[in-house]
Every structure is written in C-alpha cells, then in structure tokens.
Design a protein around this ligand. Structure first.
Ligand code: ADP
Length: 367
C-alpha cells in the first residue's frame, strides 16, 4: 500500500537553473503515473527527487502520510529502474537479482524465495544461471526490473527504461510492464519522452514542459481534452493540425480562401471576446474532412502532396494557406499524390485556443 503526494515541489540546481516549478499531484495507491514531455522538461529531476537522489529545493514529498524529504534513498522504500540499467557482468541473472537483498543482509531463504518469485513473474526462470552477456536486450531489461521487484518496495520508479530497446521490443516490453503492474498492484511512476508509452501505460499522465506541469489526466482526458496548445501538439501521432486564423465580427473563420461561419450559439458565446481577433484552432487528423474533388461541394480546394498507407488507415497530406495538414482516412478511401481534394472544417471536432496564452477556450459540453 502506498500513496504519494507532491506538494508545491520546486527544484533549483546549484547552477541557478530551475528545473521544476510548483509540482503538485496526489497519487493513489496502485496508480500507474507517467510523466511525459520533451527532453529537458524536468521529468528526470522530479523522479530523482522522489527517489532521494536529488535534494528537493522546496515543497513536501509525502509517502503514506509521512514527509520523506529528508530520508536517505535507502530508507524511502522506493526502488528505481534506470535507463542504463548496468547489470553486473560477472554475476548470473540469479545473483544480479539477489544482490540488493544480500547487501541488506536478508536471510538466504528469503532471498531465494524472492528471486524465484521475481524470476517466475518475469519469465526468467530458465535463465537464472546465465550471465548478462548471454541474454537478449529484452531479457536484460527484465533482469533490471527483477532487481527492483525482489525488494518489494512501496513505490516503483522507472526512468525511460525502454529507450535502449528497438521499436518492436519496446512494444512487447510495454505490454509486459502493464501486466506486471496489474499483477503487483503497486504504485508506479514512469518517466518517458514517448507519448505512445504514456498513452498505453498510464492510469494518469502528467504532461510537462519547461519545468511546469501542463496537464494531469487519464490518457483519454489528455487526448480528447487537451488543456493547451502544448498538450494538443505533444500528444497524438500525427499531431493535431493547428491553424492560426482570424475570427471576424460575424463569427467567421478564414480558412484558406474561404470563410467558415460558426452558427452554433454555444460556440459563439464562448468566442464572443475573440471577435475581430487572431485565434488558433486545432483539428485531429482523424477529424479532418476531405473529399475527392467534386465541383458541387463547398470547401477549400487543395492538392494531395503525399499519401501514406499505414495499414487499416492512411495519411493524406495537403496544404491549406501555406499550412501543412494531415488527414487520417480509412484505407478504403483511396487518394493519390496530386489528386485534387476539397477540405471542410468540422466545427464539431474543432478545438479553439487563445493565441496569446495557448490556453484552450473550452466550449460547453466538452469537459
Ligand atoms: P528531462 O528528464 O525532462 O529530460 P531533466 O530533469 O533532466 O529533464 O532536466 C531539466 C532541466 O534541468 C534541464 O534544463 C537540465 O539541463 C537541467 N539539469 C538537469 N540536471 C542538472 C544538474 N545536475 N545541474 C544543473 N542543471 C541540471
């Protein structure tokens, strides 16, 4: 059982760089939390403060109702799996996993039982007598996780544990980690720059940028209700299509050489203060409406610049008013490069953002 609270956590390095600003979260027992954001956004610093490897400049770290800021890493009952999990090359898989328990002077029966349990869960039983050099990348990764779970810690931390593996193996290991989480039911905090990992693993995602938490929510909340332009852009592949446009006094958006009138009273009421101003709109690729050219249709004309078949779906690239747009379409709808198309703005699935702040302008019923 482990709950964790981060309350107003800040980190300023001795160099003066502030890596984390006012981080707040209540983590529930057994929750799988993923911190995601681009390189340098403060994810590892946050994780290292939780582990006790970096001092917390200000704020409180609460583990099961106890403030642990000043506890040494070994006394926190937290275990971390690193990106560069250096296994001991001269030790067998068994001894690699047993090592931390040996250091803690656990009884040999206890050690044996814990190692055999971890090996069973991780599918490592046949390899216990092998040295790391004779294992595959995935097996080595499992040993690194095994070293962590034998200790039965309150909280598991993972710092980009899959980034040294190839894409296919990463996919396999993602599923294994998810399964491991289900089996152990432990509280886990996982750091990655890969938004797919975040969406597939997390119970809740924390999106970070430049030291600030941008949004905390379930994968579905983050994907369907991004709080700002940063989150909208960062989560989702291909990313959300973003247009800068102007909202006329008559509630019209300029899209390419056409005007799109906003008739919905609900949307109008939210956009009233933006009349006559620049505004940013976003549309996910799966909501971009395009048609093969048909003289009768209204909309913005364009030409397909690229067509990528992904399997069950395909990506159609084109330009609207010098802005690149990607539509995700059913693979049965066939387009070819240089095909003329017509684009229509699907207002039901359009996100609106404040151009100055990047913040989402929420339309009622959306949250
Ligand atoms: P991420 O894990 O998201 O890539 P980090 O937490 O490693 O980001 O880094 C956040 C910021 O803190 C970056 O600007 C980085 O340069 C800075 N930083 C990280 N470690 C140190 C350190 N030991 N001393 C000074 N600045 C650091």
């Amino acid at each position: 059982m482990a709950t964790m609270k981060l309350q107003n956590i800040n980190k300023v390095y001795p160099s003066g760089v502030q890596a984390v600003f006012d981080f707040n979260i209540d983590i529930k027992d057994g929750e799988f939390i993923v911190l995601v954001g681009p390189s340098g956004c403060g994810k590892s610093t946050t994780l290292r403060m939780i582990a006790g490897l970096e001092e917390i400049s200000s704020g409180d770290l609460i583990l099961d109702d106890k403030r642990v800021n000043d506890l040494a890493p070994k006394d926190r009952d937290i275990s971390m799996v690193f990106q560069n999990y250096a296994l001991y090359a001269h030790m067998t898989v068994y001894h690699n996993m047993a090592f931390s328990l040996v250091l803690r002077k656990e009884h040999s029966d206890v050690i044996h039982e814990r190692v055999m349990w971890a090996a069973d869960i991780l599918g490592l039983t046949p390899y216990l007598n092998r040295k790391p050099a004779n294992l595959s990348g995935g097996q080595r990764q499992r040993v690194a996780v095994g070293r962590s779970i034998v200790r039965n810690p309150k909280v598991f931390l993972f710092d980009e544990p899959l980034s040294n593996l190839d894409a296919k193996l990463r996919g396999v290991m993602r599923k294994e980690l998810k399964l491991l989480h289900t089996r152990l039911g432990s509280t886990m905090i996982y750091v990655t720059h890969d938004q797919i990992e975040a969406l597939t693993l997390a119970d809740r995602i924390v999106v970070m940028s430049q030291g600030y938490v941008q949004q905390i929510g379930t994968p579905t909340e983050i994907y369907t209700n991004p709080a700002n332009l940063f989150v909208a852009n960062f989560i989702g592949t291909p990313p959300m299509n973003i247009f800068e446009t102007k909202l006329s006094e008559a509630f019209e958006l300029t899209i390419g050489d056409t005007l799109v009138e906003i008739k919905d009273k609900n949307i109008q009421s939210k956009l009233k203060s933006y009349l006559g101003k620049e505004i940013v709109i976003g549309i996910r690729p799966e909501h971009v409406l395009i048609d093969n050219d048909d003289q009768k249709r209204i909309g913005v004309r364009s030409i397909v610049t690229n067509y990528e078949l992904l399997g069950a779906s395909a990506l159609v690239h084109f330009m609207i008013a010098k802005q690149r747009v990607i539509a995700k379409v059913d693979e049965r709808v066939l387009f070819e490069k240089n095909d003329p198309i017509v684009f229509n703005l699907n207002l039901e699935h359009t996100y609106f953002f404040d151009k100055e702040t990047g913040k989402r302008i929420y339309i009622e019923g959306e949250v």
